[in-house]
Design a protein around this ligand. Structure first.
Ligand code: FE
Length: 215
């Protein structure tokens, strides 16, 4: 079982996945220009780099993206960085959506209330994690030992190397917010939480996580 069907890719050569929405649909919170750079240049560069770096690595041509991430972790930093960044970004595009954010519905809402006491508490903690991650990185909501928790990772690091299944994530690399929010990471984080998080995606991932860890 994959950690995520939308973020994993079956085989080399890897490709830049399409955004799951049209790039103008998140206006006024994110401009099409920000997607042109973040998706069209940054995410694409990770894909192009990985394909180039492993072009002669026939063993890796037999592996899916998640296997490459797990295999290169702690053994080949360059391969890991590019492979993990492809996965993380693919997961992130689905973590936000037009008309998203705010109060979740369904199972994830119940689980958040259980594990964080209230949605407000979760929201505060998630934002605080986004703001306090020093330098480049990611903030994740993960399902760990049947509980939700917030996790920060630096650079390309991803929860899947710790066998944790992400529920939702927020990119806090400067390239994620510099075009629309300049240096104001707190404003960007607030917009992601209040206006963009995709709770439907989170509900699907929670369901998947529950069956993932029940095996
Ligand atoms: Fe990014």
């Amino acid at each position: 079982m994959n950690f995520s069907d939308v973020a994993n890719q079956e085989q080399y050569p890897f490709s830049l996945p399409d955004l799951p929405y049209e790039k103008h649909k998140l206006e006024p919170y994110f401009t099409p220009e920000s997607f042109d750079f973040h998706h069209g240049k940054h995410h694409k560069a990770y894909v192009d780099n990985l394909n180039k770096i492993i072009q002669d690595n026939t063993i890796m041509h037999e592996m899916n993206l998640e296997k490459i991430i797990l295999k290169s972790f702690n053994s080949n930093q360059t391969i890991f960085n590019n492979a993990a960044q492809i996965w993380n970004h693919s997961f992130f595009w689905h973590s936000i959506k037009p008309n998203g954010g705010g109060l979740p519905t369904g199972r994830i809402f119940e689980q958040i209330q259980n594990d964080f006491n209230s949605f407000e508490e979760f929201s505060k903690e998630f934002k605080q994690a986004a703001v306090s991650q020093f330098g480049s990185g990611w903030v994740w909501l993960v399902f760990d030992m049947k509980k939700l928790r917030i996790l920060k990772t630096s650079n390309a690091n991803t929860p899947i190397t710790n066998n944790l299944l992400p529920i939702i994530c927020c990119d806090v690399w400067e390239h994620a917010y510099y075009i629309d929010y300049r240096n104001k990471r707190p404003d960007y984080a607030a917009v992601v939480i209040d206006k963009a998080l995709n709770w439907e995606f989170a509900n699907n991932n929670l369901e998947r996580a529950e069956s993932f860890y029940s095996d």
